[in-house]
Design a protein. Structure first.
Length: 690
């Protein structure tokens, strides 16, 4: 557009007065040396204050060297003296574009093309104005008209390319990736191997996790040594998305080495950034920390370095450190995407739910409809949206006991701190040998209150009504639990539970109430090792007591799918031995090897499976083998309906009150009762969220 108007000017006149040769100034404008042109034309404009050509040249030099408002004033003055002069008009209108005043320019250009329907410069100026206003559909219409007027003009084709780039970005932001991809491919038809189109196309494939297409696009981009480094940086990210982190690290190292050889400082920074990210993805945290320390010395107070520190904090559960670094990033640049969304994720991970909501919505105000930010909002909403759950299970064992259980629950969060749940369970049991039958009705209300981030108090109260033969009884049930996370790597729960033994008809008839006092902790590490321990002391209404220790040392082999192996040890003692009534040895020990895997079949279906085998020792008896296994599938039928099927088997003696092998199969449906949390509108209003 700048060259088009310049050529109009050049055609109009080459010299003003015989004594003043303007050719050097024209060349400066043509080459884009606007500051030099400004210096050249300024004394001429002062010497010839009424000369239209000199003032237009001076106005263009001033406007394009960074002072568009002064240029606008110059052209406005000229327009008052030459009201219908097309050359003055088009320069005046273009000065609005230099000042990013596109709304003001639009009606001016609309009037200009109405009066000059075949003028190429006017039509192209209007197309560019519409494009800057993100009215891409109309912009394409007008740029095509410009090409019809002058089919060989390269400026119009370049404008069309940038209009399509903007239009494609609009569709990507609205998550219409197919349309965005189509527009970018159209650019490649007109401009083979266009770098802007290829990078935007690769970005779409990264967003949609089409790893192979992303890599192939980067390979197509890599035509020069510099472009090869850019491509390798992108390919490393694609490998990470494809869950091939080792290859991602190798690729990042390659990019870093190539960047250092060509001594491109911008690419050196970007390749260093990707290299440290790849170290973090591979959980090489010590190496990543050392690299970050080196980069901090070399690039002090740089946002991308602080972003790496924050990312390392997220991976190592040092969320306070991450939040601090993201705050520093935002102090430097309040519109930083990494700073805003990174802080939102860190707040969520820190269990600071309201600040996480506020920060995520702020991110969406700056980056409307951004996929990762909308995804975090969905995740937050899911945790606090009311739902109903229905579970049906069938159990049988080799002691001829069968049981059918129906369980209905509804959970309603009233705020980010307060959740309520109501549960009803019906269970019927029968022994096919003795013909003993019993039923149990359980009604329970739970409240969960967040005392502070990472500290929840759970309380339950209800009753269990059991019926057998011609008699029945009702017992209260209670539960209280304090869930804490005193350290980033430690979960610690303290609890009390009062329940009625209801495994089979014989035990229901005996009305045995158990009071459990428990301590549970789970210790996780950054080097994939974990330690889970459960201590339970139980007092029963038949005056018996039980002590249980279960401890598990495990190692996380893979992250995706989540695969872990470990060793379990279980130790149980009963004060009184009542083998005729229920399994109650003086000592019981079990040693197990176990494996657990959890992953995705596709975007909507998850699976899990676990198995353990080992030896169990009952008092002084010889060891016997044990085996237990569990597997299940979870499928998301819609945004609001989720279904589970599962099955489990165990012959571990402590798994049932009678000590028999047992099998259970079941299904569960979960339905979200509303589309969003009940309190969300109130929260948004309170914090003035749009």
């Amino acid at each position: 557009m700048k060259k088009i108007v310049f050529y109009l000017l050049l055609i109009a006149t080459v010299t003003v007065y015989a004594q003043e040769d303007l050719t050097p100034g024209f060349k400066m404008l043509e080459k884009g040396n606007f500051k030099e042109a400004k210096t050249f034309f300024k004394p001429l404009a002062q010497a010839y204050p009424t000369n239209k050509t000199i003032l237009i040249c001076y106005g263009r030099a001033v406007g394009l060297s960074g002072e568009p408002k002064i240029a606008n004033t110059i052209f406005k003055g000229l327009l008052e003296k030459h009201p219908n002069d097309f050359e003055v008009q088009i320069n005046y209108y273009e000065s609005f574009l230099w000042a990013n005043q596109f709304k003001e320019a639009k009606p001016l250009y609309a009037d200009l093309v109405a009066n000059n329907p075949k003028n190429f410069a006017a039509i192209l100026g209007y197309a560019n104005t519409l494009s800057n206003l993100k009215e891409y559909k109309e912009a394409l219409k007008w740029v095509n008209k410009a090409i019809e007027v002058d089919p060989d003009n390269n400026s119009a084709k370049v404008s069309k390319k940038y209009i399509k780039l903007g239009y494609a970005n609009y569709y990507v932001n609205n998550q219409n990736y197919k349309k965005g991809e189509s527009l970018l491919k159209e650019i490649l038809e007109d401009f083979k191997d266009d770098k802007d189109a290829l990078l935007n196309l690769a970005n779409i494939y990264l967003i949609t996790k089409d790893v192979n297409k992303a890599k192939n696009t980067y390979y197509q981009y890599a035509k020069t040594p510099k472009d090869t480094v850019t491509a390798l940086i992108g390919i490393a990210l694609a490998e990470h998305i494809g869950e091939k982190d080792k290859i991602a690290l190798e690729t990042a190292i390659n990019a870093k080495q190539k960047a250092e050889k060509i001594e491109d400082f911008e690419l050196i920074e970007k390749s260093n950034e990707r290299y440290v990210q790849a170290l973090i993805w591979n959980r090489k945290f010590v190496s990543a920390k050392k690299e970050i320390e080196v980069l901090e010395e070399k690039y002090p107070n740089r946002n991308w370095v602080m972003s790496l520190k924050a990312t390392l904090g997220m991976y190592t559960s040092k969320f306070k450190t991450s939040i601090s670094n993201y705050n520093t990033i935002l102090a430097n640049d309040s519109l930083s995407f990494d700073g805003n969304l990174g802080k939102a994720n860190a707040l969520f991970a820190s269990d600071k739910i309201v600040p996480a909501y506020v920060t995520t919505y702020k991110t969406l105000e700056i980056f409307p409809k951004q996929k990762d930010a909308t995804g975090l909002i969905k995740k937050l909403n899911k945790n606090y949206t009311p739902f109903a759950e229905q579970q049906v299970s069938y159990t049988f064992d080799n002691g001829d006991n069968t049981a059918l259980s129906l369980k209905t629950a509804a959970m309603v969060p009233l705020s980010t701190k307060f959740k309520t749940t109501v549960t009803y369970q019906y269970r019927t049991t029968e022994n096919t040998t003795t013909n003993n039958k019993a039923t149990a009705h359980l009604v329970q209300a739970d409240v969960e209150y967040k005392l502070m981030p990472q500290t929840n108090l759970l309380a339950s109260a209800g009753f269990n009504n059991s019926r057998f033969s011609n008699t029945s009884y009702t017992q209260p049930i209670l539960q209280a639990k304090l869930q804490t996370k005193p350290l980033s790597f430690l979960n610690l729960d303290l609890g009390y539970q009062r329940e009625v033994q209801s495994f089979n008809a014989e035990l229901i008839e005996r009305e045995i109430v158990m009071n459990h006092y428990s301590l549970i902790y789970n210790l996780s590490t950054n080097f994939n090792l974990g330690w889970y321990t459960q201590l339970i002391h139980t007092k029963q209404t038949d005056d018996n007591e039980r002590n249980l220790l279960f401890t598990s040392l495990y190692y996380n082999v893979l992250r995706k799918p989540a695969l872990k192996f470990g060793l379990n040890y279980q130790y149980i003692t009963f004060k009184d031995q009542l083998p005729v009534i229920y399994f109650s040895p003086e000592t019981y020990k079990a040693f197990e090897l176990f494996g657990d895997v959890r992953g995705k079949i596709n975007e909507k279906t998850n699976y899990f499976a676990s198995a353990a085998t080992g030896l169990q020792y009952v008092e002084e008896q010889d060891a016997s083998s044990l085996f237990r296994a569990e597997a299940g599938l979870t499928h998301q039928f819609s945004e609001r309906l989720i279904g589970d099927v599962y099955g489990k088997y165990s012959n571990i003696a402590s798994a049932t009150a009678a000590g028999f092998e047992f099998t259970e199969v079941g299904i569960k449906l979960k339905y979200y009762l509303t589309k969003k949390p009940l309190f969300l509108d109130k929260l948004k209003k309170k914090y003035q969220i749009k």
